[in-house]
Design a protein around this ligand. Structure first.
Ligand code: ZN
Length: 86
């Protein structure tokens, strides 16, 4: 028997989270909403094993963890702002 096992991380940019000052680097900018999925590749079949939600500083790349609810709410807010709707 011969098994192919591997790990792979995918990152999805889901839009802007908000305009903040970073507490680490002091840069002011639009933080990005990132959904990171860790996949286990088993016999060419990707199985999602872990999903992380966080926002990321555009300056230093520092991240702040979010819950799934917070993340989805922030994505909705971002969409509304981008579309110019309230
Ligand atoms: Zn920063």
């Amino acid at each position: 028997m011969f098994f192919f096992i591997g790990m792979h991380n995918s990152f999805k940019d889901c839009g802007a989270e908000g305009y903040h000052t970073c507490t680490r680097c002091g840069k002011v900018g639009w933080w990005r909403l990132i959904k990171e999925t860790t996949w286990l590749i088993l016999l060419f079949i990707p199985i999602p094993v872990r999903v992380r939600y966080y926002c990321q500083c555009p300056g230093c790349g520092g991240t702040s963890e979010m819950t799934k609810q917070e993340f989805e709410e922030a994505v909705r807010q971002g969409r509304k702002e981008n579309d110019g709707e309230i």
